[in-house]
Design a protein around this ligand. Sequence first.
Ligand SMILES: [Fe+2]
Length: 295
Amino acid sequence: MSEYDESTLTQAVIDSFSQCSDERFKQLMGSLVKHLHAFIRDVDLTPEEWMGAIRFLTETGQKCDDKRQEFILLSDTIGASMLVVALDQARASRGAKGATPATEATVQGPYYWEGAPDKPLGADLAEGVPGEPASYYGRVTDTDGNPIAGALLDVWSGDGEGVYDMQVEGQTEMRARGRFRTDEEGRYWFWSIRPMYYPIPMDGPVGRMIKRMGRHPNRPGHIHMIVSAAGHVPVTTHLFVADSPYIDSDIVFGVRDSLIVPFDHHSPGTAIDGRVMSKPYWSAHYDFRLVAKRD
Ligand SMILES: [Fe+2]
């Protein structure tokens, strides 16, 4: 039996799966082992610290259920999600043609709920939901500015107090979620609330990690959407409220300048889509650009 010491162990582990027939998996595991071993050496990790890490990851998994995704929270708060998103977008746009860049992507986050109801253009996603009303409108085009008819916007947000439906005890129905399709000219318009900043859930292992790191737990106000259309690369993104607290220190590193949108304040009256508003409201205009898929 071979014996390995701390200088030969890493290569021995990598060599142990040299017969792996899945080249990509082999590359991923080889690099993971190399970097993990380098980290252990770098910090001179103690057995107690390693057991602490294993307990932390175990608790992270145990905290997950069908509505709580503590691993996504972990990935988001240490910047891994955003790095994967950034690399993916760079890959998708490499060699892309078009006069303007595609809309930038950002993290999906832990609150996506598949199967939001289809809504007609102009519908209000936030009927009965606390918050200040906001009108959202704009167009979906390709990167040359040609309108995309029938593009799908799958939209979700918390309420005007920064709370998502999934976080409300006993809330089994979706709230502040819906899917819209653009009209013949690529236009969309709908109503929801003006999103409020909110803290990520702090009652689990990730929350303890954040506190121990001395960080604040907040995300600036934002509304999520996945914008997709046949023949185009979909984008998972947010619109951020321009003057929101924490716009410069998002706990998940998701802010991109191109996604920051001024929300205009309006007195009661007739909104851009003809809706008569009896109380003050906000409006946000944003045009999404999708890059065409390569053959
Ligand atoms: Fe969010």
